[in-house]
Design a protein around this ligand. Structure first.
Ligand code: RP5
Length: 191
């Protein structure tokens, strides 16, 4: 249940695993109804060679991993607090947080609780944008446009790239493919 998950998060923060066994990226979302939109974040991470941590019995097999949880700011504020409060100590480097509706508070609250760990907010719908990005001075959040969870994950990997040259190489390779794709489309206009 929620209480045992909260206990588990605190236990991991108090006695963290070696960094090669902990996920770099945490994906959280307010409801499983956000999954369709948040799937873009999983896609981006997988394309860049990340694996979901739960897929591994031996977590050191995957060089880079992510974890994901449903955490509701309104239904489980205690879990949101525990997740944000323990994130850095548990070994996360960056959080991608999505929420929908007009009270899309999970990204902005998590950003404040986990500060100074970076949180990239994903408004699941257009009507969620103001709630995600409307933060007071001194309480920052980085956010993408509505639905752009793919870009949120790319930004998370850009942040990780400052510490891992390998990820910069992967981002550059992905970008080179995009460039080539534009050239192909452009050429096809003249075929
Ligand atoms: C938000 O409320 C969630 O992020 C979700 O987008 C929305 C509705 O949730 P459900 O009622 O579909 O679970 O906090």
């Amino acid at each position: 249940g929620i209480d045992s998950l909260i206990d588990e998060l605190h236990a991991q923060a108090d006695d963290p695993a070696p960094s090669e066994e902990t996920p770099e990226v945490g994906i959280i979302m307010g409801s499983d109804s956000d999954l369709d939109v948040m799937a873009g974040a999983y896609d981006a991470l997988r394309e860049l060679g990340f694996a979901e941590q739960t897929e591994y019995d031996d977590p050191t097999e995957a060089r880079f991993t992510f974890e994901s949880y449903v955490v509701s700011a309104h239904r489980t504020p205690d879990l949101m607090y525990a997740y944000g409060e323990t994130a850095a100590d548990r070994g996360l480097d960056v959080i991608v947080a999505g929420a929908g509706g007009k009270s899309a508070d999970l990204p902005n609250m998590t950003a404040s609780i986990a500060y100074p760990l970076p949180v990239i907010g994903v408004p699941v719908q257009e009507k969620s944008v103001d709630s995600v990005i409307g933060m007071p001075t001194g309480a920052p959040i980085v956010a993408v446009d509505a639905g752009k969870s793919y870009n949120a994950a790319l930004s998370a990997v850009q942040i990780l790239g400052r510490e891992h040259d390998e990820l910069v190489d992967r981002l550059e390779a992905e970008h080179a493919e995009l460039r080539a794709g534009v050239a192909d489309v452009s050429q096809s206009l003249h075929d």
